[in-house]
Design a protein around this ligand. Structure first.
Ligand SMILES: *[C@@H]1O[C@H](CO)[C@@H](O)[C@H](O)[C@H]1NC(C)=O
Ligand SMILES: *[C@@H]1O[C@H](CO)[C@@H](O)[C@H](O)[C@H]1NC(C)=O
Ligand SMILES: *[C@@H]1O[C@H](CO)[C@@H](O)[C@H](O)[C@H]1NC(C)=O
Ligand SMILES: *[C@@H]1O[C@H](CO)[C@@H](O)[C@H](O)[C@H]1NC(C)=O
Ligand SMILES: *[C@@H]1O[C@H](CO)[C@@H](O)[C@H](O)[C@H]1NC(C)=O
Ligand SMILES: *[C@@H]1O[C@H](CO)[C@@H](O)[C@H](O)[C@H]1NC(C)=O
Ligand SMILES: *[C@@H]1O[C@H](CO)[C@@H](O)[C@H](O)[C@H]1NC(C)=O
Ligand SMILES: CC(=O)N[C@H]1CO[C@H](CO)[C@@H](O)[C@@H]1O
Length: 434
């Protein structure tokens, strides 16, 4: 009965949290795409397109972003610097000068690092990788230049592109319509003069895990020093539809050359587990000192086809307001409302463990966190020491239901057991009597 109730409440909670595009731990998180018209041309304009990732802990990792839109009229792209359209489309109407892209709905991707100098643009050419704002604000921007033809040539006749789509590397983002905003002002390199765009419009894209995938992408397992039980991730936490495609960690297939080469469609190659998640976060309550307590966090990759670069882990726990030391990860408190300080992001140290390697012996990273006890609230009872929410790379992970937590061997729990035994026997007596 209790189990059912908790599961039901948990399920409702999960459903509810997936349906909302709004992320309570990062209420202002978005990616903005800004078009600055820098000059008019005889048949159109030259614009600088800048993408800013304002999300605290959600980055776009390799193979990077893909940006699409629909032209409002018969616009074409004459040239592009720092990015390229994936398809040229039908340019058969053009003689002499052939446009870069004639498609009504261009699809644009970033260039790879190391393209020739004359094809580069400031903040371009990172293979579409956008760091999260919380981790590396300098690398959270991407830009390219586009020269548009057959377009309006004044701020009255230009028609804004429509139906922006942002993929990165999978679905999940929904973009607003473009909106004209006050023109961006730029400083000249010597900072002594300001210039401004001839016209600017913005698009805002927000992420929803519900749009991205119907199942979570990660799960949490728990253990403690005071109870031997290891609470594993919930079964099929990430969906078991593809269970037949998973491979055992000792499979001979794994020695085949190219088996772990990333696929164009990002199809994973998962190690067989009972949870079928690509990533598991293990939270171990390790030690209880007088003034402090210590947690060990381990991230394990079960996907043979992904190296997670610049991974992020977000955890919510009431004691994160008194983090004393974080060993071998970087840590940053997230204070979305400036009121409750119970959430923080962990990420790898650059060039040390900011890469969570593909599944296998090297596919894990770990850290220990030392927290100072808040005497009024600290307890090992009722699973208080476990995280309330966990996100990996910006996706919420499934946490086991409270009744599966390892319990502190204490009276309260025994009482509960005793009570339910009593309840059952009473029921039995009633059944026997009537
Ligand atoms: C996008 O994010 C920025 C930075 O957090 C914020 O200032 C802005 O209001 C957000 N825009 C929308 C439409 O939410
Ligand atoms: C437009 O986007 C830029 C970032 O790309 C942001 O700084 C600016 O505040 C946005 N303007 C509006 C009005 O949202
Ligand atoms: C268009 O340009 C005129 C001046 O040339 C200016 O007054 C007007 O505010 C501009 N409109 C927009 C939407 O930028
Ligand atoms: C918007 O773009 C998407 C994907 O490119 C496409 O499926 C959809 O039909 C487009 N919608 C409109 C109104 O053009
Ligand atoms: C992950 O990185 C290692 C070392 O850089 C490389 O050998 C391996 O092929 C990469 N795996 C994937 C799936 O990209
Ligand atoms: C939040 O907690 C961290 C310690 O975990 C502390 O460094 C930070 O100053 C706190 N921030 C606020 C706004 O209380
Ligand atoms: C450890 O936790 C498990 C799972 O909640 C529980 O069944 C068990 O009784 C606990 N062990 C002890 C020694 O209390
Ligand atoms: C023991 C201790 O340092 N407690 C502090 C935990 O953090 C809160 C708010 O950040 C402080 O008010 C406590 O004093």
């Amino acid at each position: 009965m209790r189990t059912y109730l908790i599961t039901l409440v948990g399920l409702l909670f999960v459903l509810f949290s997936y349906a909302a595009a709004y992320d309570p731990l990062d209420p202002n998180g978005n990616i903005t795409i800004k078009w600055d018209v820098m000059s008019w041309t005889p048949d159109g304009y030259v614009a600088v397109v800048t993408m800013n990732n304002f999300q605290m802990y959600r980055h776009i990792m390799s193979p990077g972003w893909t940006l699409g839109w629909t032209w409002a009229k018969k616009e074409v792209i004459w040239t592009m610097i720092g990015a390229q359209a994936t398809e040229q489309g039908d340019c058969s109407k053009f003689k002499g000068n052939i446009p870069h892209c004639c498609k009504k709905t261009p699809t644009v991707v970033d260039m790879l690092p190391g393209v020739p100098y004359n094809q580069q643009f400031t903040n371009c050419c990172k293979g579409g990788v956008l760091a999260s704002w919380g981790q590396d604000p300098q690398s959270s921007v991407s830009a390219f230049q586009v020269s548009v033809g057959q377009a309006g040539t004044t701020n009255k006749t230009v028609k804004l592109p429509k139906n922006f789509t942002l993929l990165g590397p999978g679905p999940g983002y929904t973009c607003s319509p473009a909106k004209i905003v006050p023109p961006t002002k730029f400083f000249t390199p010597d900072l002594r003069r300001k210039t401004q765009a001839l016209m600017t419009w913005n698009v805002t894209c927000t992420y929803s895990q519900f749009v991205a995938q119907k199942h979570p992408k990660c799960c949490v397992s728990l253990s403690t020093f005071y109870n031997e039980t290891i609470t594993s991730c919930p079964s099929c936490a990430c969906g078991c539809e593809n269970k037949h495609k998973c491979i055992k960690s000792d499979s001979k297939l794994l020695s085949m050359v190219g088996v772990n080469t990333p696929r164009k469609d990002n199809a994973p190659l998962l190690q067989c587990t009972q949870h079928m998640c690509p990533v598991r976060i293990h939270w171990h309550v390790k030690l209880n000192y007088k003034e402090y307590w210590r947690v060990k966090i381990t991230l394990t990759n079960f996907n043979y086809r992904v190296n997670y670069t610049q991974w992020t882990l977000v955890a919510q726990h009431p004691n994160l307001n008194n983090v004393t030391q974080v060993f071998s990860f970087d840590y940053k408190p997230l204070v979305p409302y400036q009121l409750i300080n119970d959430t923080g992001m962990f990420y790898g140290i650059k060039f040390y463990n900011d890469l969570l390697m593909e599944a296998g012996p090297a596919g894990n990273v770990q850290s220990e966190v030392l927290l100072q006890k808040d005497k009024d609230t600290f307890t090992l009872k009722q699973g208080w020491a476990f995280p309330r929410k966990v996100y990996f790379n910006g996706d919420e992970c499934m946490i086991p239901p409270p009744d599966a937590y390892p319990y502190l061997p204490n009276l309260a729990h025994q009482n509960l057991v005793a009570f339910s035994t009593l309840f059952c026997s009473m029921l039995l007596i009633l059944l026997v009597l009537f």
